[in-house]
Design a protein around this ligand. Structure first.
Ligand code: NAD
Ligand code: TDX
Length: 339
């Protein structure tokens, strides 16, 4: 079995590649990644010499390049992680989100139709459902919750999801979609909440919390997400959407305080800054379907996962220090300089 994994030099895709190569010694994994600012080839160095692994630098929007790769590799499955993934960047510059997240998805599915595959899996997000009010803790996103997006990022992911379902209905493409809540863990790019706060705290820099820090996210350890996708690929029903989440809702401010405590840093580093435009209040997944149909349950508790994550950032300073020493400085100044 050859599987093309797109976006595998990013956070979740790289963790998925490690999981699959470790678990299936007779699978071949071909990673296709454009290496945008978010892609990091050094992340894949542990598997670069694995004979079952190949890395190809390629844009998913490059139709000719994608078709050529399919002709070379004859993949049985495609798992699409490649995306522009940061909400704040989508607010600044939506266009590349539409290009990669929607048109790139179309190119991949056209290749799947042309060359034939047994499964195309689209890695989507709970953000396609919009948000839930803080005063209704009884409400959760199910697979039946209407699509109701807030940001250019979530709108582009929702557009891709609809296209994936259309390719199933119209052309019979064997697709599945997963919609996961917020991930955390090793190799998380330090523009996102948890790694940004860890890096800033370790450098004794202010910890910029948007608004009042009361927004709630449903956090899942990245390995649990990878295991869920593995299950969907092998046992999920074609044409179906599966929500993934672990009933682990936390307020942003509480997460930042946990990080301060774990690192022995003062909470006085916390700085409340101007809120994100259109900021979603609460995400919360109902994972009943994936649990009852596929037997999936999250294995890592947040209390353990966050300590493992912090330990990873302490042990791998070079990985994130290299990232934040480059172009990231301009990004940080632009996003946080006058906030
Ligand atoms: P990431 O930003 O860390 O990685 C994205 C990867 O895609 C990078 O390696 C980048 O180089 C690559 N890429 C971007 N544009 C490309 C293009 N045009 N062609 C080829 N490669 C390209 O993102 P992530 O956090 O690992 O997210 C992966 C997927 O999971 C995304 O589709 C995202 O929407 C989804 N998701 C993420 C989360 C989360 O909490 N991070 C939660 C739910 C769903
Ligand atoms: O500096 C910050 N300060 C802050 O208060 C940053 C970067 C974030 N936040 C807040 C905004 C959110 O309420 O923390 C929360 C989490 O923010 P992000 O890490 O940017 O994640 P989010 O916007 O929730 O989106 C993430 O989860 C769903 C991923 O980036 C998406 O790719 C995924 O689809």
């Amino acid at each position: 079995m050859t599987i093309i994994v797109t976006g595998g030099a990013g956070f979740i895709g790289s963790n998925f590649i490690f999981h699959m190569l470790g678990k299936y010694p007779d699978y071949r994994i071909v990673c296709l990644d454009k290496l945008t600012y978010a892609g990091n080839l050094s992340t894949l160095s542990p598997v670069m010499d694995n004979p079952n692994f190949r890395f190809v630098k390629l844009d998913i929007c490059d139709r000719e390049g994608v078709y050529k790769l399919f002709e070379e590799e004859h993949p049985g499955m495609v798992v699409n992680f490649a995306a522009e993934s940061h909400v704040d960047r989508s607010i600044e510059n939506p266009e590349v989100f539409l290009q990669t997240n929607i048109l790139g998805t179309q190119v991949l599915m056209d290749a799947c139709r042309k060359y034939g595959i047994t499964r195309y899996h689209q890695v989507s997000t709970d953000e396609v459902y919009g948000d839930l009010p803080l005063d209704r803790p009884d409400l959760f996103f199910t697979e039946e919750t209407p699509i109701h997006t807030s940001s250019p990022y979530s709108s582009s992911k929702a557009g891709a999801d609809l296209l994936v379902l259309a390719y199933h209905r119209t052309y019979g493409l064997p697709v599945t979609i997963s919609r996961c809540s917020n991930n955390y863990g090793p190799y998380h790019f330090p523009e996102k909440l948890i790694p940004l706060m860890i890096a800033n705290a370790l450098n004794d820099k202010p910890l910029p919390v948007y608004g009042k820090g009361e927004n709630v996210r449903d956090w899942l350890y990245v390995e649990d997400h990878c295991k869920a996708i593995d299950l969907i690929l092998h046992k999920g029903r074609v044409g179906e959407v599966y929500n993934i989440g672990g009933h682990n809702e936390m307020r942003n401010i509480d997460i930042v305080k946990i990080i301060c405590k774990a690192l022995g840093k003062p909470e006085s580093l916390i700085t409340f800054v101007t809120d994100r435009k259109g900021h979603d209040m609460r995400y919360a997944i109902d994972p009943t379907k994936i649990h009852s149909e596929l037997g999936w349950l999250p294995e890592t508790k947040f209390a353990d996962g966050i300590q493992k994550t912090i330990a990873w950032y302490l042990d791998n300073r070079q990985w994130w220090e290299t990232i934040i020493s480059g172009e990231y400085q301009n990004y940080y100044e632009k996003m946080y300089g006058n906030r």
